[in-house]
Write a protein that binds this ligand. Structure first.
Ligand code: ZN
Length: 481
């Protein structure tokens, strides 16, 4: 099919919309090898909001140039990311990757030194490819294995067509404007630590033709209705003169299951990379128990830590970093060490997904949720959305005392600018306190406003703390000077 014929279809009436998507394959086979997209945008993460369920946190502004060969599964991304939250940095990095392997050059992590050159993790390759398909709907449509017949629907009071596509073992729904034949939105679902499934919606506007192929020059992306990216494309070229991607051919193939794991969590992992702290592994092989007090362990080894408090009648866990997959391993190791002791409590310091994403595993194992009164409804809703029938909860307003493991634990409200609805857990018999993010013992990097709120709240409650343990930082340490 010629480009001219394709464009004439695009401008035709609604009845030929099926032709438009169905014939995109022919067009691309004939006319498009490589696309280069130059864009700037903003990243947000709803998972780091101040209030549980509140407005997304703006984490970075970025400039990016992507060269992509969709049929060959090869791409090169050149990034300059200005992170705002949690740290103010400029990260410059390039990712060059093929279907099974890739290389990252430069610095993409605010906490890690750079520049460096390292193989891309398997999950990151899945994430990046998913994102390219998700945000370029005509190319997605062109590579679909199957496009189902359109269903007329009303969207925001406008008549639209819903079309379901199967491409790359994934179901995608397009909301097509029958007037233009162009997809106004692409919708899909991905795995989500809190709620099991998240709804992903990408909204397209400012369509322009480039070498006869329509591209959206404005893109907004939402997860469960909350903004996570907005992007303006300043230039798009089809088959640019210098289209070389140059994936090194001596890279070791990555694990296909992990690439699929990333593909199914692209939005979650992109939001995390969009604050300059990529987190691309389920962290199931690095669970370590570090003794920080008598029968108290920091559950460490990964990027974020939990605490296990062992009592004569059971175990209390504080926090559940990132992924249910990691929590499952922690549960297995707890059972191996203390087979007679059930996990009676899962105490959650705050709602951020990096410290709470694995909490459902403990609820499903029978633990009682303990959290601030302002976050309990947020967590209970997540459990319901994930299909678990019920949650037993303890809501903490100012403080609460827990006796269920045969060893007293106190939980205190901590007022701070990092997150509202925040609690810290305290073991009086050892004068040990666990927090996440506000104070990280034995780590150089602290965030002074968060730390000040933490220390002020401890003074307010009149607690004597001899050992601080953190969701970040190593082991235990004294209060800072
Ligand atoms: Zn946090």
């Amino acid at each position: 099919m010629s480009t001219a014929r394709y464009l004439s279809i695009l401008t035709c009436a609604a009845s030929v919309v099926p032709l438009h998507l169905a014939n995109a394959q022919t067009l691309l086979d004939a006319d498009v090898d490589t696309v280069r997209i130059v864009a700037s945008g903003q990243r947000f993460t709803p998972r780091q909001s101040v209030m549980p369920g509140g407005g997304p946190r703006h984490t970075a502004d970025y400039d990016v140039a992507v060269t992509w060969d969709p049929a060959a599964w090869e791409a090169r991304e050149e990034w300059v990311m200005h992170t705002i939250y949690p740290a103010d940095t400029v990260l410059e990095f390039t990712m060059t990757y093929g279907e099974t392997a890739g290389i990252k050059e430069g610095r993409n992590n605010y906490a890690a030194p750079g520049p460096s050159s390292a193989p891309m993790g398997a999950a990151r390759i899945g994430v990046n490819f998913k994102d390219l398909w998700l945000t370029n709907p005509i190319i997605l449509g062109a590579h679909a294995d199957e496009i189902l017949a359109p269903t007329p629907i009303s969207w925001d009071g406008r008549p639209m067509h819903r079309r379901t596509l199967w491409a790359h073992d994934t179901e995608w729904t397009m909301i097509v404007d029958p007037g233009t034949g162009l997809p106004a939105q692409v919708i899909t679902t991905e795995a989500d630590p809190h709620t099991a499934q998240a709804s992903i919606r990408v909204v397209f506007s400012s369509w322009r033709e480039v070498s006869g192929v329509p591209f959206p020059f404005q893109v907004e992306q939402y997860v469960n209705g909350k903004l996570m990216r907005r992007e303006i494309r300043s230039s798009i070229e089809v088959d640019p003169r210098d289209a070389s991607i140059d994936v090194p051919d001596d890279l070791e193939d990555t694990d296909a299951a992990m690439r699929a794991w990333g593909w199914d969590r692209s939005t979650l992992l992109l939001a995390r990379a969009g604050l300059g702290g990529p987190q691309d592994e389920p962290q199931i092989s690095n669970v370590e128990f570090v003794e920080v007090g008598p029968d108290i362990y920091q559950v460490a080894g990964g990027s974020h830590h939990a605490l296990a408090i062992i009592g004569p009648d059971g175990i209390a866990m504080v926090d559940a970093p990132w992924f249910p997959e990691r929590s499952q391993v922690i549960l297995e190791q707890l059972h191996a060490r203390w087979p007679a002791l059930p996990v009676r409590y899962i105490i959650l310091t705050h709602h951020h997904i990096d410290h709470s994403g694995g909490f459902r595993s403990f609820i499903e194992a029978g633990a009682t949720l303990v959290a601030h009164a302002d976050t309990v409804p947020f967590f209970e809703q997540a459990v319901r959305l994930a299909g678990h029938p019920n949650t037993r909860s303890v809501s903490v307003s100012d403080s609460a005392s827990l006796e269920g493991i045969g060893r007293r634990i106190e939980v205190f409200d901590i007022t701070n600018p990092h997150a509202t609805g925040y609690v810290a857990a305290y073991v009086p018999d050892t004068k040990l306190m666990f927090n996440a993010d506000l104070f990280s013992p034995n780590r150089d990097r602290q965030f002074p406003p968060w730390l000040n709120g933490f220390l002020n709240s401890i003074r307010y409650h009149g607690i004597e703390v001899e050992r601080h343990v953190g969701g970040h930082g190593a082991g235990y340490g004294p209060a800072p000077n």
